[in-house]
Every structure is written in C-alpha cells, then in structure tokens.
Design a protein around this ligand. Structure first.
Ligand code: HBI
Ligand code: FE
Length: 285
C-alpha cells in the first residue's frame, strides 16, 4: 500500500493545496460513475462487517450515513465533531509526514478527495477517499481510539526530527491500519487497511497463514511490514482503552533504545511472542 513514497508521482492535484496541505472538497467534482463505484465498494465491505469488524467500527459507520454515494466531509463533521472532537479535512492525497502528524495532533483527520478508478476496485497503491473515509472515519467516532491517534500524532511530531519515522510508521501501520482486537466478540478487526480491503478482511481473521501476536509496544515498533501483499504478522490488542493507555507514556527513551536495534522480520516468530489463534480454530464458548 503506502508509507514509503512521499516524493514522486503522487496522483492528486496539489496545486490548490494550502500550507497545511488541505484543499476544499467542493473543488473536486464527483461524477455519477464515482457515486456508483462508491456504492459498490461500500456494499461489498458492509456485507463483511457484521462478522469481521469490531463493534466500535460498526457503530461509527452507522452514524456516518454514507452508503449512497461519495460523502460530503462537512456533513459528516456535523456529527463527528460533537461525538469525539475529531474533524475531517480534505487533502489531495499523501501529504508530508510532519503535516500529517500535525493534523492528527490537532484531532484533524486528512481524507484524500479523489476516488479510485473502477479497474482499481480491489487494489490501489495510494490511499483514496474510500480507504480514508470508509476505513478510518468510523473508528474516529470512538473517543478512546481518537485519543490514541491524537496522542500518536503529538508524540510523532516530537520524535520525527530525531529520525524516528521508521518506528513511528510501523506503530501506525500495525494499529491504525492493520490492527486486530479480541474483546467480548472474539477476534475482530479495527484497522482501516484491512476493513477497506475485500480480500484481507477474512484473511486477517480466519487464515492460518499469517502470525497474530498479542500487541506489545516494542515488538510492534521493531517489526518491518509488507506494502506489496497481505500482512504476514498482525498485532492483537485487548481493548481500545488499553491501546489509548499505551500512548500516554513518553516514548522518547524507548524509541532511542530501539533505534539502535535491527528490525524484526514479519515472517517469523521470536522468543517471547504470544500467539493468538485465528477465529476458525477458537473453541466455542
Ligand atoms: N498522508 N494523506 C496521508 N495519509 C496517510 O496515511 C499518511 C500521509 N502522510 C504521511 C503518513 N501517512 C505516514 O507518516 C504515516 O503512515 C506514519
Ligand atoms: Fe490509511
């Protein structure tokens, strides 16, 4: 997916972007074909949610009322701001790390304005409005998750000048993008990269192929990730409150220690890992 290329060949129109890289969504025109594609994307993912998405995601999605076409960000803000203090801002696409973290730290979530083409129904490299909106926004209705992302933005902004981007990007990747949770409904998904993908949603929860590990902050910060295939390792949190708690401590010292250590491979287990079984092999309650 994305994470490595901020410099060349970005697909969006950056000519009208302001200093903070935001644009006006109304300057981007969606045609009837875009709305039709949106409805198809939405319908496919919505049908997977009841069994795969965590409750907070399902609740958030229901509050967005965005099944009928490409959503208007301001209309969603009218519900999102009172619910959790988060606000959506439109961006041309991938934006520089510092600006991205600045938005998160201020409880503003950047949403790409353009929608993929029909031939990219299943896969695209850069985040589009379907990934950003359908994948990320439902969870932002949850205050605890929103606190986690804001605190992540604050710490990332502070640690970025110290060369911490590789570590910070892994943490975002394995939680906000590809996170799993096992709460009272069993193993479920909260990560946007999974929930905006038709193929990876069942794979992440049911397949015997990838490793699923109990979330541990330093293990996660050290683990390299794949951008060209489904993940080989997922990290499983116990609750969103526990995730938010992780980010209340100052990560400076930990990051400095881990920067001196080699990255871990996503393709194998290490001593001390605590595997979590796929849902398919779990005993009935
Ligand atoms: N910009 N639009 C957008 N979306 C992202 O997810 C994003 C970004 N810029 C930087 C960035 N992500 C990375 O720094 C994080 O994934 C760590
Ligand atoms: Fe994303």
């Amino acid at each position: 997916m994305y994470g490595a290329h901020t410099d060349n060949e970005l697909r969006g129109d950056y000519t009208k972007a302001k200093a903070d890289f935001t644009v006006e969504q109304r300057d981007h025109v969606y045609g009837e074909a875009d709305h039709a594609l949106w409805r198809r994307l939405y319908a496919r993912q919505a049908q997977l949610l009841q069994t795969y998405a965590c409750r907070e995601f399902r609740d958030g999605l229901a509050r967005m009322a965005a099944a009928d076409g490409v959503p208007d960000l301001d209309a969603v803000n009218a519900r999102l701001v009172p619910a959790s203090g988060w606000r959506l801002v439109a961006v041309p696409g991938f934006i520089p790390d510092e600006q991205f973290f600045r938005h998160l730290a201020a409880r503003r979530f950047p949403v790409t304005v353009w929608l993929r083409r029909p031939e990219e129904f299943d896969y695209l490299v850069e985040p589009d409005i379907f990934h950003d909106f359908f994948g990320h926004v439902p969870m932002l209705f949850d205050r605890r998750f929103g606190d986690y992302v804001q605190r992540y933005g604050e710490q990332a902004l502070r640690l970025l000048p110290h060369g911490a981007l590789p570590l910070l990007a892994r943490l975002y990747w394995y939680t906000v993008e590809f996170g799993l949770i096992d709460g009272d409904e069993g193993l479920r998904v909260y990560g946007a990269g999974i929930l905006s993908s038709g193929g990876e949603t069942p794979y992440a929860v049911d397949s015997d192929e990838p490793r699923r590990l109990r979330f541990e902050l330093s293990r996660c910060l050290r683990t390299a990730y794949r951008i060209d295939s489904y993940q080989k390792t997922y990290f499983v949190i116990r609750s969103l409150a526990a995730l938010a708690d992780v980010m209340t401590r100052d990560l400076s010292a930990l990051v400095e220690t881990l920067q001196a250590q080699p990255a871990l491979s996503p393709d194998r287990l290490y001593d001390g890992d605590e595997p979590v079984p796929p849902r398919g092999r779990r005993l009935a309650a």
